[in-house]
Design a protein around this ligand. Structure first.
Ligand SMILES: Nc1ncnc2c1ncn2[C@@H]1O[C@H](COP(=O)(O)OP(=O)(O)OP(=O)(O)O)[C@@H](O)[C@H]1O
Length: 273
């Protein structure tokens, strides 16, 4: 579980990036922070692994206040995937992943075995293990980034626009793949994006943020799609172009757009159509 308790962040130049933000992400769930550039998403995410210290307020992981934990140890128990993949350019794919268990005290042999296992988990063939990041496609690099984030077997994954730098087709593939591995791994994931469709596809809980990380609306994708809290949310999620309604298919009440595409699952199966 990750809990933000009334956190604030004002940077030294006076920028108020986060003003009184609270959230609880239950274990094994995916929560998505959705908002436009500069609204404070990355600042919030980095408070979890102490890359940013809140000006006031606390972040908790289960019963631990993160400010009481050693930042290096804390970062080793949390997976972090960045937009750029964050790979070390002069290390091969397998070494990029093996670095994490090596730092954790594994032998070189055990670290390589673990790295091979993870590369297989993220669907990369053996042939890429010896390649350098510059010799991989954008999608492959992001998969290696996820493999590395999973290497310490963390309970928590922080994902900051992890699929932002790849083309839409690969992006869709990576999203589907993440949902598939999350089915198996059941990590607690905090995911940052400015892409509305990505947020609704991946998030069990979505927070639509305004500047200063002010929560414009928090809810399941279906709740937000069907009942946007105000005009800001309605416009942000593209409500007017979506023309949403609900429909029962295979016994499930789905949120469907004007083209018949499923935009979400309504949580209340008896709710109005
Ligand atoms: N180190 C810093 N010093 C001063 N201001 C900062 C610093 N880091 C971020 N900010 C400012 O804080 C606000 C929130 O930034 P943050 O990076 O958290 O937003 P974001 O929603 O993640 O944006 P993006 O989607 O563009 O990454 C912005 O106004 C940004 O310019």
């Amino acid at each position: 579980m990750i809990r933000f308790e009334h956190v604030n962040k004002t940077y030294p130049d006076g920028t108020v990036a986060v003003a009184d933000f609270s959230l609880e992400v239950p274990s094994h769930q995916v929560a998505v922070l959705l908002g436009s550039s500069g609204c404070g998403k990355t600042t919030l995410m980095r408070m979890v692994n102490r890359m940013v210290e809140p000006t006031s307020g606390d972040v908790w992981i289960d019963d631990d206040r993160v400010s009481d934990l050693d930042p290096v140890k804390l970062r080793r128990r949390i997976g972090y995937v960045m937009q750029s993949g964050g790979l070390l350019p002069h290390r091969s794919t397998i070494d990029n992943v093996a670095t994490v268990p090596l730092l954790g005290g594994s032998t070189r042999r055990a670290a390589h075995a673990r790295a091979r296992e993870l590369l297989e988990l993220v669907g990369l063939p053996e042939s890429v293990a010896r390649r350098y990041p510059s010799q991989l496609s954008g999608g492959q690099r992001q998969r290696v980034g996820v493999a590395r984030a999973l290497a310490a077997d963390p309970n928590i994954l922080l994902m900051d626009e992890p699929f932002g730098a790849v083309d839409p087709v690969v992006r869709n593939e990576l999203q589907a793949w993440l949902l598939q591995i999350q089915d198996e791994l059941a990590k607690t994931i905090l995911f940052v994006t400015h892409d509305v469709d990505e947020a609704f596809l991946l998030g069990q809980e979505v927070l639509v943020l305004r500047t200063g990380a002010e929560v414009a609306q928090q809810g399941t994708p279906a709740e937000i799609l069907l009942e946007p809290a105000d005009d800001f949310v309605h416009h942000f999620i593209g409500g007017s172009r979506r023309h949403l309604h609900t429909e029962v298919r295979d016994g499930r009440r789905l949120v469907v757009d004007a083209d018949g595409r499923v935009a979400g699952v309504a949580t209340d199966p008896t709710g109005p159509a």
